[in-house]
Write a protein that binds this ligand. Structure first.
Ligand code: FAD
Length: 429
């Protein structure tokens, strides 16, 4: 007799709510992970740092488990089929895991829950990925907040030390398995990438001065914890505890993360439609050649091109530059935000559906709490303000030469064109 702990977006042993509960069940715990073919088969490019990251993080979890005289079991297939196998092989008393809030994950979990229910096996899920779930921070009448500032205010007023206290995990009652089955990247049909997994740490030097330096891309003074938060190799409670102690601005970024998580939960239609319906009327130009130039970083706007090159080369782009390139695509080129969102989803190591979607809709002006459509980022002014001596541009686009790269579109012309297109869309409805 045993219980299963199913790792998903919580690839760590410390401060892990579902794991703590599984270990407290009184039964031996079998730790497992499923490489879900329904997700992996959709990734056309088999050089994918996210998959490599997961595989390496699991290897690291496994070596810690081996120190505790057990081992991780990994599987490759559809979750439901894996549960058929596992429940046939073991006398499973219950399955434990942490909640995943994305629409596809909710469907997957419903299928697994129903299957287990049918076999009389309880499926226990826990809040772990966020401090507050979708329905914990709402307006007085119970409806969701759709504007960040009042949401953040309520979030802070509800926060108590128990919300960010670490969950201690007692690593004793494991199921003794004599061998681990860590599936390799090659087994999955993926290639090794340039990524090296390191257990994430919070760099105090960065967060203490986060508010001063975060907007200057050349300084690279943000934490790069996005991927760790995405796959749960770091606990959100730990981050919030540090943020509370050291930097309120950094805390506000963690609240943005939860804001967009609850928006996606309450308004799943945002996955493919504008939060503000009337923005569906925008007559996007959707010029494929210009889109390709944007993707490659060949727009002739140095900050945009440097950003896209950083993304293409490293899987990361500084937040300030993400805002500039996103605004440029939607407003200067009048290309549908969904094209840019999909490109980021393919390229960003820290890709997260709710954050990516929320921020793209913000940049396009069609989001829940978006910048007003008539505020159009001027890439040149942004460069003067945040990369005055072109240190960022030169890092990612060293061969850039002002004389040789005429802009693909004139700023003033593009600005007027965008204003016309947006105004018309908003008038038509
Ligand atoms: P830090 O600045 O150190 O912030 C710490 C953490 O707070 C981040 O890792 C992230 O989890 C969270 N966070 C910070 N800013 C935001 C924000 N605006 N919205 C939601 N969460 C935030 N962030 C993602 O995690 N995944 C995405 O796919 C993503 N796509 C984006 C697309 C666009 C067009 C824009 C403008 C922003 C996007 N962001 C996304 C938000 C932000 O740019 C990144 O979280 C941040 O740059 C990651 O760097 P960092 O880990 O050093 O973050």
């Amino acid at each position: 007799k045993l219980v299963i702990f199913w790792f998903r977006r919580d690839l760590r042993l410390e401060d892990n709510t579902g794991l703590q509960q599984a270990l407290a069940s009184g039964y031996p715990v079998l730790p497992m992970f499923i490489f879900d073919t329904e997700i992996l088969d959709r990734l056309v490019n088999k050089y994918d740092r996210r998959v490599d990251y997961i595989q390496q993080a699991l290897t690291s979890v496994n070596s810690a488990l081996q120190d505790a005289h057990t081992a991780l079991q990994t599987y490759h297939g559809k979750p439901i089929e894996i549960f058929e196998q596992v429940t046939a092989a073991y006398d499973v008393q219950a399955v434990y895991c942490n909640k995943d809030y994305e629409p596809d994950a909710i469907k997957r979990d419903d299928t697994v829950r129903n299957y287990l229910l049918h076999k009389n096996i309880p499926f226990h899920t826990y809040k772990d990925h966020v401090i507050f779930e979708q329905s914990e921070i709402t307006k007085i009448d119970g409806t969701p907040y759709t504007v960040y500032t009042p949401y953040a205010k309520k979030w802070l007023s509800e926060l108590k030390p128990e919300h960010y206290a670490a969950k201690s995990v007692d690593l004793t009652p494991w199921q003794k398995v004599d061998h681990s089955s860590i599936i390799t990247l090659a087994d999955l049909g993926f290639k090794k990438t340039d990524l090296t997994f390191q257990a994430p740490e919070i760099d105090l030097n960065i967060i203490m001065d986060y508010d001063k330096y975060r907007n200057f891309p050349a300084l690279n003074r943000t934490t790069h914890l996005g991927i760790a938060l995405r796959f749960g190799t770091i606990s959100i409670r730990k981050c919030v505890a540090f943020a509370l102690q050291y930097n309120a601005t950094w805390l506000s970024e963690l609240i943005w993360r939860e804001f967009f998580t609850q928006i996606l939960h309450h308004f799943p239609k945002v996955v493919d439609t504008c939060f503000k319906a009337k923005y569906e009327q925008i007559n996007w130009r959707n010029n494929e050649h210009e889109f390709e130039l944007w993707c490659k970083g060949e727009t002739g706007y140095p900050i945009v091109d440097a950003g896209m090159r950083q993304l293409n080369l490293t899987g990361f782009m500084h937040n300030r530059v993400r805002m500039v390139v996103a605004s440029f695509l939607c407003k200067h080129l009048l290309i549908d935000w969904r094209w840019g969102e999909a490109y980021f989803a393919e390229k960003l190591d820290d890709y997260d559906l709710s954050a990516n979607n929320g921020n793209w809709q913000w940049a396009a002006g069609c989001g829940c709490d978006a910048a007003p459509y008539f505020r159009i980022f001027n890439p040149t002014a942004q460069t003067q303000k945040f990369d005055k001596d072109l240190a960022y541009v030169k890092t990612w686009y060293p061969e850039y030469d002002l004389q040789l790269t005429p802009p693909i579109v004139d700023h003033t012309f593009a600005r007027e064109r965008a204003l016309r297109a947006y105004k018309q869309a908003l008038q038509d409805t």
